[in-house]
Design a protein around this ligand. Structure first.
Ligand SMILES: Nc1ncnc2c1ncn2[C@@H]1O[C@H](COP(=O)(O)OP(=O)(O)OP(=O)(O)O)[C@@H](O)[C@H]1O
Length: 362
C-alpha cells in the first residue's frame, strides 16, 4: 500500500540511516500513531519482522513502547505502527548537567523493570541508550523502552551492534576483532544500563570508550572498580558511596562479575548525589538533613564549562531569582547565604569556607 491510502503524515519525528519515524493521523480511526518506516533496501524482511514481532509481543509491559498490530509494505519501506511518545526521547530531555536525582531514580526503576521483563523472556535488548528511551510525562514518571531492532535471544551468536555510541559498547565487545561473533548475554544490557544511569545523572557518558589503554577516564574507573586504588575517579566524585557501589556492580570490567539488570532497585532508598560545595580548597561536603534535593547546589564545579563572565552572569541571575537583585549589598548577601548554608548543615563552618562564588558576583 502507500502511506496516503490510510495516513496523513503530519511530521517526520526522526530520520536515521535505516528508518524514518513519522507522526501520522490514521484517517479511518482518526487516531494519532507513529509509523516506523524501515528502508526496504537496507534491511531484510526477516529482520523487519523480528523487530516488529519483539516490539509487539513485549508491548503489554507498562514500560515498553506499545506497537500496534499493524504492519505493511510500501514501494520503499517496511512499516509498523506504534504509540506516540509526546515528549520525545531522553536524549532531548537531558540538560548539560543531567537530571534531578528523583527523576533519575524513576527512570532507572522503570527501565530496570522493562529490561528485567525482557531478560525473564530470555531476550537481550542490546541497544540501550538515551535515544531509545521515550518520555510520556514531563516529570519522567512514565518512560518506555523502544527500538527492538537489535533484540536477540539470549545465548545466540551475534555480531556487534552497528551504529551505536562507542561509550555504550561493553569492554568485552570492544576487544573483539572485526566480524568476530560472540554469545549474546543479558549482562551487556547491565553494562549499558550503568552507562545510561551515569548519563542521565550528569548529562554525559562517563568515558568515550571502555578501553583502559586508550581512555584515561575508563582506566581510572577500572582501577577503582578493581580496588587497585581507593581514589574515586574525579568524574564520579559527586556520587554517594552507595551509588558508587551500585556503579561498580553494573560497570564491572569482567562480564562474569556484572550484576543483574534489576540490582538498582536495592539502591532506591539511598541518596545518590551528594551535595558538594567545592568553592575553596577545603571544600566541605554538605549533606542536607532534609530531602529537598533541589537545595543541592554546585558552586564553582570542577567540571564547570562556563567562562568567568558567563559564570558571573549565571550567578547574578540565580541570585536575582532568589530576590537578591542587583546592585547587591555584598555583606547582606554573604550573611543570607551563610544563614542558608548553616540551615542545610549544622556542621557548616563559615570560617573555613571562602565561598569564592560570592566574590564572582562582585
Ligand atoms: N513512538 C515514538 N514517539 C516519539 N518519538 C519516537 C517514537 N519512536 C521513535 N521516536 C524517535 O525516533 C528516534 C529513532 O527511533 P528508533 O530508535 O526506533 O529508530 P532507529 O532507526 O532504529 O534508530 P537507531 O538505529 O539510530 O537506534 C528515537 O530516538 C526517538 O527520538
Amino acid at each position: 500500500m502507500t502511506f496516503a491510502d490510510q495516513y496523513n503524515i503530519e511530521k517526520t519525528l526522526a530520520e536515521g540511516c535505516f528508518a524514518k519515524i513519522l507522526l501520522c493521523r490514521h484517517r479511518p480511526t482518526n487516531t494519532t500513531v507513529v509509523l516506523k518506516a524501515v528502508h526496504a533496501e537496507l534491511t531484510t524482511i526477516k529482520e523487519f519482522q523480528k523487530e516488529f514481532h519483539y516490539n509487539y509481543e513485549l508491548s503489554h509491559h507498562h514500560h515498553i513502547l506499545s506497537a500496534y498490530a499493524v504492519a505493511f509494505q510500501t514501494k520503499d519501506y517496511y512499516v509498523f505502527a506504534m504509540e506516540h511518545a509526546p515528549y520525545g526521547d531522553l536524549a532531548s530531555n537531558i540538560g548539560p548537567n543531567g537530571l534531578h536525582e528523583t527523576a533519575c531514580k524513576q527512570i532507572a526503576e522503570q527501565l530496570s523493570s522493562a529490561l528485567g521483563f525482557m531478560h525473564s523472556k530470555n531476550l537481550v535488548h542490546r541497544d540501550l541508550k538515551i535515544e531509545n528511551v521515550l518520555v510520556f510525562t514531563p516529570d519522567f514518571t512514565r518512560v518506555k523502552l523502544c527500538d527492538f531492532g537489535a533484540t536477540t535471544k539470549k545465548g545466540l551468536l551475534v555480531h556487534k551492534v552497528k551504529h551505536t555510541w562507542t561509550s555504550c559498547v561493553p569492554p568485552e565487545q570492544l576487544e573483539l576483532i572485526k566480524n568476530e561473533r560472540f554469545q549474546c548475554l543479558p549482562i551487556s544490557d547491565s553494562w549499558q544500563f550503568g552507562i545510561l544511569l551515569y548519563n542521565i545523572l550528569t548529562g554525559n557518558p562517563p568515558w568515550q570508550s571502555a578501553d583502559w589503554v586508550k581512555d584515561q577516564a575508563y582506566s581510572n574507573f577500572m582501577k577503582y572498580e578493581q580496588r587497585k586504588t581507593t581514589k574515586v575517579p574525579d568524574s564520579f566524585r559527586r556520587f554517594s558511596p552507595r551509588l558508587m557501589r551500585c556503579f561498580r556492580k553494573y560497570l564491572t570490567h569482567d562480564p562474569e562479575d556484572r550484576c543483574k539488570i534489576t540490582e538498582v532497585v536495592k539502591y532506591m532508598k539511598d541518596r545518590w548525589v551528594e551535595c558538594r560545595i567545592s568553592a575553596s580548597k577545603s571544600a566541605t561536603l554538605i549533606a542536607p538533613h532534609h530531602h529537598d534535593q533541589d537545595s543541592c547546589i554546585y558552586l564553582n564545579q570542577r567540571e564547570g564549562r562556563l567562562s568567568g563572565d558567563e559564570s558571573k552572569l549565571r550567578f547574578k541571575r540565580m541570585m536575582s531569582s532568589y530576590g537578591l537583585d542587583i546592585p547587591i549589598d555584598q555583606t547582606m548577601v554573604r550573611r543570607r547565604v551563610w544563614d542558608w548554608l548553616s540551615t542545610c548543615d549544622g556542621n557548616f563552618d563559615p570560617e573555613i569556607e571562602s565561598l569564592h562564588a560570592l566574590d564572582m558576583a562582585q
